[in-house]
Design a protein around this ligand. Structure first.
Ligand SMILES: [Fe+2]
Length: 285
C-alpha cells in the first residue's frame, strides 16, 4: 500500500504568470517564496512552498503528496508498475525546482497528474502574507473524477486514504486526522476541482467575502458551513477559472477505528447547512 503522509503542493500551468501572481498575492493572500525564470512559488505555511504557477498549459495541473522515505517511493513506483500505470522518475533538475529530494509522477485512473515526493523542504521562515487573509496553511484538494467508485478504490486500496464521508458518490478522504485531504468530484475530465487553504476563524471567512466582493472576484459558493467536515467555507474563482476555497474549523477524526463514514445527499443540503447553494450542474458539465 502507498502510504501518503499529506498533500504538499499543487503546480498550475498558466499563460499569464503576472496575472497569477497578482491573484495569489493580492487576492488569495499567499507570499512569494521564490521567483524563477518561468515559475513562481508561493508559501502559505511553514513549508518551502505549497503552490507553484508556471508558464504552461492551464490544463497542466499537478497535485503532490509526500511519502515517508526513498524506499517508500521505490515501493510506490513498483506498486504502480504492477498495476500497469506509467511511472516517471523526476530528474535532478525537476527535484531541485520542486525543493524535494526525489519524486515520481503518474496519473490516477481519471488522468489527474500526481507526484509522490520524498523529503520536501521545510522553510526556516514562517509564512507572512501581505494581505491579512488569516491563512494558516494549504490543507486539501478536490480532484475531478470520471468514475468515483473506481477512483475511490484506487485512493483507498492502492493508497492509504480512508473515506470520512460521501456526498452522493463523491468521497471525502483523509490521510491523517483532518477530515479530508483529498475529495473526488464527478466531472467529465481530469483536473483540480478546488484548492483549499485553511483560515484561522469564521471572521476571516466573512472578512474575505466582503474583500472579494469589493474586488469583483467571482464568488461561487458560500459563505456556508459543510455538514460533513463542519468547516465554515467560501469558494471563489482564480486564474483560468480554477476554484479556491477558504475554510475554518475542519473536523478532526482521532477515533480512527471508531469513525464510520456517513452518506450525504448530492444536493445543496449535502454541501451546506446554512442554505448557500453550490452550482450542482457545474459538476456535470
Ligand atoms: Fe474543500
Amino acid at each position: 500500500m502507498i502510504d501518503l503522509k499529506d498533500v504538499v503542493y499543487c503546480r498550475l500551468g498558466t499563460a499569464d504568470l503576472e496575472e497569477a501572481e497578482s491573484f495569489a498575492v493580492g487576492i488569495l493572500g499567499l507570499e512569494v517564496s521564490e521567483r524563477r525564470k518561468d515559475a513562481i512559488h508561493f508559501k502559505s505555511d511553514i513549508r518551502d512552498h505549497t503552490l507553484c504557477y508556471f508558464e504552461g498549459d492551464p490544463e497542466d495541473q499537478v497535485t503532490a503528496f509526500e511519502v515517508g522515505s526513498a524506499a517508500d517511493l521505490q515501493a510506490a513506483a513498483n506498486t504502480l508498475d504492477t498495476l500497469s500505470m506509467d511511472v516517471e522518475q523526476g530528474s535532478a533538475a525537476e527535484c531541485e525546482a520542486r525543493h524535494v529530494r526525489d519524486f515520481i509522477r503518474f496519473k490516477d485512473p481519471t488522468g489527474n497528474r500526481i507526484e509522490l515526493v520524498v523529503r520536501p523542504t521545510q522553510s526556516s521562515r514562517r509564512y507572512h502574507g501581505t494581505r491579512d487573509a488569516g491563512i494558516t496553511g494549504f490543507s486539501h484538494v478536490g480532484l475531478c473524477t470520471t468514475d468515483p467508485a473506481r477512483d475511490e478504490e484506487f485512493w483507498t486500496t492502492v493508497c492509504n486514504a480512508r473515506v470520512s464521508d460521501r456526498i452522493g458518490d463523491a468521497p471525502l478522504m483523509r490521510l491523517g486526522a483532518i477530515h479530508h485531504t483529498i475529495a473526488l468530484f464527478p466531472f467529465h475530465k481530469p483536473g483540480i476541482q478546488h484548492i483549499n487553504h485553511q483560515v484561522e476563524t469564521a471572521d476571516d471567512i466573512q472578512r474575505s467575502w466582503n474583500f472579494l466582493k469589493e474586488r469583483q472576484v467571482n464568488i461561487t459558493f458560500g459563505p456556508g458551513r459543510h455538514p460533513t467536515s463542519s468547516a465554515k467555507f467560501l469558494y471563489f474563482s482564480g486564474p483560468n477559472g480554477l476554484t479556491f476555497e477558504y475554510s475554518s474549523g475542519v473536523r478532526e477524526i482521532h477515533d480512527e477505528p471508531g469513525w464510520h463514514n456517513r452518506q450525504f445527499p448530492f444536493e445543496p443540503t449535502g454541501f451546506c447547512q446554512w442554505g448557500s447553494r453550490p452550482n450542482i450542474a457545474a459538476f456535470k458539465d
